[in-house]
Ligand binder design. Sequence first.
Ligand code: PGA
Length: 254
Amino acid sequence: MKRLIVANWKMHSGPSQASILVTKLAAAIAPDPDTTVVLCPPSLDLFALAADAQKGQFKLGAQNLYFEDEGAFTGEISGPMLQGLADYVIVGHSERRRLFGEDDALVAKKVVAAIRNQLIPILCIGENLTQRESHLAEKVVVDQLSAAVHGLGPEDLARLVVAYEPVWALSTTVNGRPATPSDVEPMMKLITTTLAGRYGADVAADVRLLYGGSVNDEDARAYLALPDVDGLLVGGASLIAEKFARIVEAAQSL
Ligand code: PGA
């Protein structure tokens, strides 16, 4: 089974630090055709990292894009600008939704823009603590997912990656506690069932599902062992080369 391990560096490391980190990662991680490793540094670093990433056979991803291809959108980065620099792009991360006001409609347009520009969207969905405690987790996940894939046809789904990231389990959240594999598994099934209801089971089976939320080198294997999990989206632990290398090793050893 092919695994996908994605590093989300968030707003850490400028081009020179990022280059040092990639060199360390390339030394620590043995390339494996069955495990794709995607590094998502700040967009500013992508150009500098293109050659370094090749050494470690890493793929590169952006952390965000705007849905228009060009125009008067100060501070934004578009799909065409990322072409040739990144293969993947994170869309709808909870920090973008929570801190920068991205709503489901905007996320849906970004998913379409990513596909239109031959980028693989890593769509992030997940409920927050209040929603979970109010027993709304399933509804939130289904609503976010349904809204985000609104503009996609069945032919687009093979390129889609969905990351279930419960906001309450992210290391950036003050009240964070890890989600257990038994919290995660039913949500993964729910994602597949929701996609199957819309596109059919065969098409839904092609969508790769990631878990993300405070994953570290000690618990990575437990999430990866879940039958519906194809990989991981790793934040904090992806900035420490030794830890991230052990997470990738866990995926390679399964
Ligand atoms: P974390 O971040 O692993 O630090 O919780 C994951 C993410 O926000 O994508």
